[in-house]
Design a protein around this ligand. Structure first.
Ligand SMILES: *[C@@H]1O[C@H](CO)[C@@H](O)[C@H](O)[C@H]1NC(C)=O
Ligand SMILES: *[C@@H]1O[C@H](CO)[C@@H](O)[C@H](O)[C@H]1NC(C)=O
Ligand SMILES: *[C@@H]1O[C@H](CO)[C@@H](O)[C@H](O)[C@H]1NC(C)=O
Length: 182
């Protein structure tokens, strides 16, 4: 009797859970590639550029995201770090410590340059991933980063072995329009 009601209860739960996770895909994403803002360097000076990564997206065959766009960010060269930066922090002038992806999850980063008026406003979230490659060996002075928002800026730093394949779209940061999926 006890087992019977337990089984019934479990079955009920399973059916309810199955109903809850039945979702419908209402749209398809079909982007060709990812366009990212890059803190690059030319002639020993840091620059901002918008790059289109090459090769672009493939169709995922990972269970859970099957059929959705996926793109490799490259082979890691060191440990990935999770960083929490307090509101209204001035990070000062610095170089990228290594070639690395920085993915801002929350908050805001304002990147400016000592030898150019170009600037990038990077908001945590969908458009929050940038590439920083202005290491000391290619840029004498580096770049400035400020975190002016009233919330904590959370970022993931992901060092990679080499600069990923790309096509330079233009000088200056990418616009939202160039990065939008939908
Ligand atoms: C990653 O971190 C661990 C623990 O601190 C360390 O032992 C390891 O050497 C690091 N790996 C690399 C590639 O830096
Ligand atoms: C970049 O500038 C620094 C400082 O002026 C200098 O020491 C270095 O040799 C320069 N590097 C290149 C590749 O020109
Ligand atoms: C990236 O830029 C290319 C070239 O301008 C464009 O065709 C593509 O749609 C852009 N990708 C996204 C996700 O906006």
């Amino acid at each position: 009797m006890f087992f019977h009601s337990l089984t019934t209860a479990l079955l009920g739960t399973t059916v309810a859970a199955a109903a809850a996770i039945t979702t419908t895909t209402t749209s398809t994403l079909n982007p060709s590639t990812l366009n990212v803002t890059v803190i690059a360097a030319h002639n020993n000076k840091s620059t901002l550029e918008c790059w289109a990564l090459e090769p672009g997206f493939e169709s995922s065959n990972t269970p859970g995201t099957t059929g959705n766009p996926v793109l490799s960010l490259g082979a890691p060269s060191a440990n990935i770090s999770y960083m929490a930066i307090p509101p209204r922090t001035d990070g000062g002038l610095h170089n990228a410590p290594t070639i690395q992806w920085v993915s801002f999850v929350s908050g805001k980063a304002h990147v400016t340059l000592p030898h150019s008026d170009d600037e990038a406003w990077v908001t945590g979230g969908e458009f929050g991933t940038i590439l920083a490659i202005d290491t000391e060996d290619v840029s004498a002075d580096g770049h400035f980063t400020e975190y002016p928002s009233d919330e904590v800026t959370v970022a993931l730093a992901m060092p990679v072995k080499e600069v990923p394949g790309h096509r330079v779209l233009h000088a200056g940061a990418c616009t939202r329009r160039e990065q939008k999926f939908l």
